[in-house]
Design a protein around this ligand. Sequence first.
Ligand SMILES: [Zn+2]
Ligand SMILES: [Zn+2]
Length: 646
Amino acid sequence: MINITLPDGSQRSYDKGINAYQVALSISEGLARNVLAAEINGEVWDASRAIQTDVNLKLLTWNDDKGKATFWHSSAHLMAEALEALYPGTKFGIGPAIETGFYYDVEFGDREFSSDEFKKIEDKIMELAKTKSEFVRKEISKSDAINYFQAKGDEYKLDLLSVLEDGTITFYTQGQFTDLCRGPHIPNTGAIKAIKITNIAGAFWKGDEKNKMLTRVYGITFPNQKELDEYLLLLEEAKKRDHRKLGKELGIYTMDDDVGPGLPLWMPNGTIIIEELEGLAKETEEAAGYKRVVTPHIAKESMYITSGHLPYYQDSMFPPMELDGTKYYLKAMNCPHHHKIFDAEPKSYKDMPLRLAEYGTCYRYEQSGELFGLMRVRCLHMNDAHIYCTKEQFAAEFRAVNDMYLKYFKIFGIDKYVMRLSLHDPAKLGQKYINEPELWLETEAMVRSVLIETGTPFVEVQDEGAFYGPKIDVQIWSVIGREFTLATNQVDFAQGKRFNLNFTNKDNEPETPLIIHRAPLGTHERFIGFLLEHYAGKFPVWLAPLQVKILPISDKFMPYAQEVLAQFKKAGVRVEIDDRNEKIGKKIRDTEIMKVPYMLVIGEKEVAESKLSVRRQGKGDLGMLDKNEFLAKVVEEIEERLAPEA
Ligand SMILES: [Zn+2]
Ligand SMILES: [Zn+2]
């Protein structure tokens, strides 16, 4: 008999050789029907694979990320079977699951291939899925594996095989298709109930442009049609809200070949949003006792050797420039500069905590293939700050940072968020993690209790902390349910030592401060990219580049329009007049496209009664309003940073 421990800690004994599917069946039939795979001692296995020793077991279903990944990877095999059936002689590269769905890199030979074929492939996949073919795992010797793919003439699989060691190789077969694969896979193809081929793209074999270009076929599958329909709706909505499209239409940012890839140029409208965000950050940080600093964009090599960025982070930095025989680097992080400010004057416990804030500009090398609109860039403006504190102050400081995150989420209408708390692994102290066993446990416990006390949703992940301390990644969801990683919030017990930072404690002894790195608004680039999608470009009034547009019906009403303009401007409202010689209908349409929150239509009646006809973006006519009352309402919306009314 063997003992199997389930995630809730309960133990069950079974005969040796039992598999995860049978374990599920012994619990309930419904559960067994939904099992896609199982996590055995942290490793994902086929649900049908025999278990020979005592293990920890977690059953994986569609509701687990790893269950989904297994489902999608299995779908890639099924798609390959369909492609082989439809286009004999097709050669196959790799076919992994990705964040949403899967792809397979294939070589169609001389055959032309286009999106016209998608429907045919989808139909074939569904036909094959219905055969409920089992995914059968088989260990195979290297020479037999080579013989198989030589006979088939698939040089890509042979290339993959060449670096594998004999005795570690497995094949998976479902229906008529056999693949070189480590697995795991779902029990059979019957679970795949809905498919969409989403895209094709060129992809060099092994990502190397010296190699042949293959066709990457993207798809996504679901265990029911309803979820596919919902996904396709979301996709359509996401397309409308694409930050690159809206960023261009609304004059937020642009890219230019001469400036370089991944280096956004912020246009006037984008710059207004940046300044509003910085205004919010400055106000909030000042109230929370932060001090602002400004630091250069470059520093000498020696500082990055002290910080450890060199050589460990070198691949993510721009190459150095040489000046007077010294190497300088563009900064990839603001921390070292801030540490130097901490160190510029002697500190005592009375100076603690010290909170240094800067909207710092950083430069990072992202591979050109990884660049994506505002989401992955090479120049970023970070809502950065470093808090230097004593151990006794840590819990309160961490709590204040957490409160700041929650305050921001409220302002921006971010209702769904999760803090992902990454912890250390005691077995790896001194290697993967700085060797401070007590500090790790203490700070982890303090962070955890703050999250629990404040009711902040969080998940804990073992063995994913930063080298220098526990780390929180903040994940947020836009209103259409897309996930973004916004920012991190990290505890650091290493940098203080590396930079030899000290304060004199109450016993008159030098002591190293704890450091908290935090960036609640992330970077302008990623956050504004997120907001464009989140608001579909319809910014709340306080963030809108243009808040009010005055639309006179004809030139006759310009004097009154000018008067309104002056009054609104004086009150601090961003306002313009559309003085073009256009019909009022066109003026309204054009203003709608630019998603200006308020439009004021001015004609005979408005002038006579000294009133305003107000239109709200997306809502239409609000009727004739008193000028002063309306202005007071707009000013309140701006000053209170009110969210758009639903
Ligand atoms: Zn596979
Ligand atoms: Zn930092």
